[in-house]
Design a protein around this ligand. Structure first.
Ligand code: S3P
Length: 170
């Protein structure tokens, strides 16, 4: 078994919730790359986007991933955009197995309806169109980056975490 369990996927697929459940069950440390960036730079993700722009955020994200991917025995939940740069995936794979949380637009919409204000890419009025366009431009990247694809539709986070634990201990 490779050492780190890495969760990737679109915003609202439950990476953080599922990651915490896995870490509790396996007794491993959990880290969320967005939380790491916020505490390392002492700024909210939303403010980083507002003040410095997306490219600057992607640069901090690359540095965060480079740092976290060197660690061992972690469960890592990543930001939904890390697949935009293949070097992030290459680094994470060196010591980790990558699980894609994959769900329908309906599932994603339902999960984001109350939390999209924390997501700078989805604050616009036509946020559902934005989800569709981001998903269609990223879909291939998500699938190409994954070692395992985990269906999240009609499942509670506990079930998703069990699916991943089962695969990770084979
Ligand atoms: C982003 C996803 C967010 C966060 C940032 C950008 C994206 O993380 O990194 O708002 O580009 O998909 P979550 O996937 O945890 O919401």
């Amino acid at each position: 078994m490779k050492e780190n369990i890495v969760l990737i996927g679109f915003m609202g697929t439950g990476k953080t919730t599922v990651g915490k459940l896995i870490s509790e069950k396996l007794g491993r440390d959990f880290v969320d790359s967005d939380d790491y960036i916020e505490s390392r730079y002492n700024m909210k993700i939303k403010n980083i986007f507002d003040i410095h722009g997306e490219e600057y955020f992607r640069d901090l994200e690359r540095k965060a991933i480079a740092h976290l991917s060197k660690k061992s025995k972690l469960v890592i939940a990543t930001g939904g955009g890390i697949v935009l740069d293949k070097t992030n995936i290459d680094k994470l794979r060196e010591k980790g197995t990558i699980y894609l949380l994959n769900g329908s637009i309906d599932t994603i919409k339902r999960n984001l309806v109350n939390s999209r204000s924390n997501r700078p890419l989805l604050i616009q009025y036509d946020w559902i169109d934005k989800i569709k366009s981001l998903l269609s431009s990223r879909k291939e990247l998500y699938f190409n980056s994954a070692d395992h694809i985990i269906n999240i539709d009609n499942k509670i986070p506990y079930e998703i975490s069990e699916d991943i634990i089962r695969l990770s201990t084979i």
